[in-house]
Design a protein around this ligand. Structure first.
Ligand code: ADP
Ligand code: ZN
Ligand code: ZN
Length: 670
């Protein structure tokens, strides 16, 4: 046998592949997709993924041999490998970074010798699956529309208002795929949502459907991995990382709440968008992608209007329940109030009281956790801020500390102003924690719960909070965007949006779209069954155009107006954005590098290169940050631009300098 070599991905943040020789005895067993152990750097047992086998010895280096195949001869399919490489290429990540995100560590892979056998999952009840509910006529039309469009389109957007019965349609489509023997992936943006939907799906699919997300135990993750690769798990409900399960034949991916920005991974790399990656994964499997939302992203809506995606609308609620009544509560006459009532308008308090009186339930939405966003000295205006990050501390009353939401650092609450010594230092603004405290004072007999990142720390907290609300053991649920979408509660009739202004005035080109989506989504939780829901929106800016659109549930006007604006200013979907973040602990070094990189890029790409400038938060964990933005118009090839960015970034990183420079690219940032 001749000498053989393998190009291998190793899960480290370094460019490219690594070449190893293949011991002769291993040659018949090794193929693209094989997982192997090999010596790498200091490590004697790194895991590697084979992407290519060839006869060309690499030049100028001593090649080391692969140590062994992974126990159980675990290998990944060509489709998996192709998808992994596409993610690396499109999102400008190193293949090793994608492997790290996509392939579980060796000891979590099935087939690996385990010291302890996994506990048997409670014997799967073999209840007879309930057939899907019969669709009503509008749902049927939508279902047929989707099926028809799939004949010629890879992707269909289903725009269905909240509670129109989209999930029921998904269930029908899933069943059809599974009956044909193909696999289905149903994606949701957040773990909290999976807990409610899985119960609904289990009724129909029993043990043929599994759940996958980052909070599973290693044993549970391993079980899902194994069953997906064997093909015994026919459907998976999961969050964005479930794209990396070893599917063998994926017929359909459903991306529910497709507009949701949680589908985008921020850190670490790969910074992929699970909705967009899903379309590629479907294509690799010759499958289809269904995007669903009550408030589609402008990108998807635009693609639907221009015919790139199939488009199906479902504009009435199931059972002809009316869309909720939308009420504006003007906070401007409110400013001077003190005490627990300070953050609530009389209209909102009355609606809550009425709902409680009828034994109905209430959701209060405030997109900010903690007690109050900052502390301020009334005399000199000083605001205590994190010394690692350029962000003010958030006050958390339950632990009586100031916490940085960027790095997690916490400090004692100062008794007097560190700047001027005044004792006149007090909290400003309000978060969910404060709302909870005040609501408990105002409605002492109500049963109140709070759902945000602070209360949903462990694995079961989310399902406990939602379970208790669903069972009617909680009257008022207070929460952040975690409670804004997807949830379906029978007795929920009143939704309060406590502060519409902060989101509407957020300085980002997506702020208008985002605040419309958020308000429409959280409103959609109200009155889904019999009684018409009521939504009270508190604002000091009642004439705001966004609110006018929300009041009428007028998604189409919002889109038309926003698309016009995006086109005028050259934002997505009319351009593609790549944002490069440079980070250095030394401000001067950073300024220097950022200016040079931007200059080199500008020389080749011209005025589509913007910046460098400081982002809103310019220092995190002692690292200063500057960003360079590149707006790629329709006439340029994104892959050519990426090539130039890669080259210039590598060149910049090789320049001599004091200290470490980090450069991160974010493709299609959200
Ligand atoms: P969406 O996903 O669009 O928000 P859902 O699928 O959750 O809507 O439907 C809203 C409510 O109506 C749910 O409680 C659901 O059980 C019910 N529903 C929807 N379609 C049907 C149907 N065909 N038969 C019976 N109930 C339905
Ligand atoms: Zn002061
Ligand atoms: Zn910090």
């Amino acid at each position: 046998m001749s000498d053989q070599f393998a190009d291998i991905i190793i899960p480290v943040a370094l460019p490219g592949f690594f070449t190893y020789s293949i011991p002769e005895a291993m040659q018949p067993f090794l193929c693209r997709g094989s997982l192997v152990t090999l010596p790498f750097g200091q490590s004697r047992e790194a895991t590697g993924l084979v992407v290519k086998i060839h006869n060309t010895p690499p030049e100028g280096v001593t090649v080391r041999p692969i140590a062994s195949l992974l126990p159980g001869e675990v290998s990944l399919s060509d489709r998996f490998t192709e998808f992994l490489l596409w993610i690396a290429d499109y999102y400008m990540a190193y293949p090793g970074e994608v492997m790290k995100a996509a392939v579980p560590p060796a000891e979590e892979l099935p087939g690996h010798l385990m010291k302890r056998r996994p506990r048997k999952v409670a014997a799967e009840e073999s209840i007879d699956p309930v057939p899907p509910s019969a669709l009503n006529s509008v749902q049927q039309a939508a279902h047929q529309g989707i099926t028809k469009l799939f004949e010629e389109r890879g992707t269909v957007l289903l725009h269905g208002v909240t509670s129109s019965g989209k999930t029921e349609i998904y269930i029908h489509l899933m069943k059809e795929q599974m009956e044909q023997g193909r696999q289905v992936l149903y994606m949701l943006p957040e773990i909290a949502l999976t807990t409610q939907i899985i119960e609904r799906l289990r009724r129909h699919f029993g043990p043929a459907i599994g759940v996958f997300h980052s909070r599973l135990t290693p044993a549970a993750r391993r079980e899902v991995w194994k069953r997906v690769s064997e093909g015994s798990l026919r459907a998976v409900l999961g969050v964005r990382s479930s794209l990396f399960l070893p599917f063998s034949d994926l017929g359909l991916i459903i991306v529910d709440e497709e507009h949701d920005s949680s589908y985008k991974q921020y850190d670490p790399a790969p910074r992929y968008h699970a909705r967009d990656a899903a379309m590629m994964l479907s294509r690799i499997h010759n499958g289809k992608t269904l995007l669903g939302s009550a408030t589609p992203s402008l990108e998807s809506y635009h693609n639907a209007l221009t015919g790139r995606y199939g488009f199906v609308e479902l504009m009435t609620r199931f059972g002809d329940v009316m869309m909720p009544e939308m009420i504006i509560a003007d906070t401007r006459f409110q400013a001077k109030k003190k005490g627990p009532e300070a953050h609530f308008t009389p209209g909102l308090l009355q609606a809550v009281a009425e709902a409680l009186g009828r034994e109905e339930q209430v959701i209060l939405f405030q997109n900010r956790r903690g007690f109050s966003p900052f502390l301020m000295c009334a005399d000199c205006g000083h605001v205590p801020a994190c010394t690692n990050c350029s962000v003010s501390y958030t006050y958390h009353k339950s632990i009586n500390r100031l916490v940085c939401h960027y790095c997690g650092k916490s400090v004692k609450v100062p008794q007097e102003c560190p700047e001027c010594g005044s004792a006149n230092i007090s909290t400003k603004g309000f978060g969910t924690e404060k709302i909870e405290e005040e609501i408990r004072l105002l409605f002492p007999s109500a049963r109140v719960a709070r759902m945000d990142q602070d209360t949903v720390r462990n694995r079961s907290a989310a399902s406990e909070i939602l379970g208790s609300f669903a069972a009617g053991d909680t009257d008022i649920l207070i929460g952040t965007q975690m409670i804004s979408k997807g949830l379906d509660f029978e007795r929920l009739t009143v939704v309060g949006i406590l502060d519409a202004d902060t989101m509407m005035h957020f300085p980002d080109f997506r702020a208008h779209e985002r605040s419309f989506q958020l308000m429409e989504q959280v409103s959609g939780r109200a009155g889904r069954r019999t009684r018409r829901g009521r939504v009270i929106i508190q604002t000091a800016d009642p004439a705001n155009i966004i609110l006018r659109q929300v009041l009428k549930h007028d998604f189409r006007s919002m889109c038309t107006a926003q698309l016009e604006e995006r086109s005028l200013f050259g934002y997505p979907p009319f351009t593609r954005i790549i944002r490069i973040a440079l980070k250095h602990r030394d401000l001067e070094e950073l300024n220097h590098s950022a200016a040079r990189l931007a200059e080199n890029l500008r020389r080749q790409l011209g005025n589509i290169v913007l910046g460098p400038e400081f982002p809103m938060v310019m220092q995190v964990q002692k690292w200063y940050i500057k960003t360079v933005m590149i707006k790629i118009g329709a006439t340029l090839s994104p892959s050519k631009v990426k090539e130039i960015i890669r080259r210039e970034t590598e060149a910049e990183l090789r320049m001599p300098r004091k200290g470490l420079l980090r450069v991160q690219a974010d493709v299609d940032p959200q």
